[in-house]
Each structure stands twice: as structure tokens, then as C-alpha cells.
Design a protein around this ligand. Structure first.
Ligand code: HEC
Length: 145
């Protein structure tokens, strides 16, 4: 019991007040959930399931760029275990992980800078970004269940 109380206190001190309920695992998963929502929205526009809207398309690309910047900052030592699908390779192969996260940042920045005005151009930018999803998940995500 005393150890439990100590652990709770230690956690409370480490976490920033505004973010008291979250930790690095929840934070990075929230970023990825945003990627998932944006990819569904973008895919629906490209399939014609929803009408193409240039403002929404550019917002999606801006979200990707922000996500790519923030994502790698949420992998501190010790956050490799728990309710996470992050592969141990992130911590054991940091140079490869950096290549993957750098590429995601570079491609999302380039895609956002394209500022597509048509569905065809959005398709090109979107494809450039989403190639990263698959390749990084293959190397660095271990899907549970
Ligand atoms: C640089 C590597 C990398 C890239 C690029 C990447 N992901 Fe991920 N993704 C991960 C990792 C690692 C996890 C597991 C995170 C965890 O559970 O701690 C993950 C988890 C997810 C999840 C599950 C989130 C949850 O827990 O509910 C979704 C959805 C997802 N990614 C979608 C995407 C989409 C869509 C893209 C492309 C736009 C993308 N990812 C690009 C590494 C990446």
C-alpha cells in the first residue's frame, strides 16, 4: 500500500498539471488516432464518398505535418511497456527509428507545402504521406489482437 501511494505521488509530480490523466503512451496514441481520422476523411474524399473540399484537404495535410513533428517526442525511456503497440525496435534501433520519423516529417511538410487545389493534386500529396503509415507500422508497430 505504501508503495502504491508513493507511485501515485511520483506520477502526479512528473506529469504536467494540464495533462494529469495522460502519459506518453496515451499522447502518442492520440496523435495516431488523429492520423487515422484524417486518413479516413481524406480517403473518403478521394474515393468520392464525400465531395472534395480544398480547405479540408489542406487542413488534413497540415494536421499530418503537425502530427509528424510531435509524434517522436512521446517515446521516453520506460514507455516501451504497458498498453502500447510500439515495437521494442524503437528503443533498440534508434537510428532506424530516426530515419522513419525524419522521413515522415519531410514527406508531410512537402505534402502540406503542395497546397493542393484539386482532388488529383490532393491524391498525390495524400499518397506521399500515407506510404509512411504502412512502412513505419511494418517496422515499428506490433499490432495487438
Ligand atoms: C514513424 C512511424 C509511424 C508513422 C509514419 C505512422 N505511424 Fe501510426 N503508429 C506508429 C506506432 C509506433 C504506433 C503504436 C503507438 C503505441 O501504441 O504506443 C502507431 C499506432 C497507430 C494507430 C493506433 C492508435 C491507437 O492506439 O488507437 C493508428 C490508427 C495509426 N497508427 C494510424 C496511422 C496513420 C493513418 C498513419 C499515416 C498517416 C500513421 N499511423 C503513420 C508509428 C507510425
Amino acid at each position: 500500500m505504501r508503495m502504491f501511494v508513493a507511485a501515485v505521488l511520483a506520477t502526479a509530480i512528473i506529469l504536467p498539471a494540464a495533462n494529469a490523466a495522460a502519459g506518453p503512451i496515451e499522447d502518442r496514441q492520440a496523435i495516431m488516432k488523429g492520423n487515422g481520422r484524417d486518413t479516413k476523411m481524406g480517403g473518403d474524399m478521394l474515393k468520392g464518398a464525400t465531395p472534395f473540399d480544398a480547405a479540408t484537404a489542406n487542413k488534413i495535410l497540415a494536421n499530418y505535418a503537425a502530427a509528424a513533428k510531435a509524434f517522436p517526442t512521446h517515446f521516453p525511456a520506460g514507455s516501451n511497456t504497458g498498453d502500447t503497440e510500439a515495437s521494442s525496435a524503437i528503443w533498440s534501433m534508434p537510428a532506424d527509428w530516426k530515419i522513419a520519423t525524419d522521413k515522415f516529417q519531410k514527406d508531410t511538410a512537402a505534402a502540406a507545402a503542395m497546397k493542393p487545389a484539386t482532388a488529383a493534386d490532393f491524391g498525390k500529396a495524400f499518397g506521399m504521406v500515407t506510404a509512411n503509415c504502412k512502412s513505419c507500422h511494418e517496422g515499428f508497430r506490433v499490432k495487438k489482437g
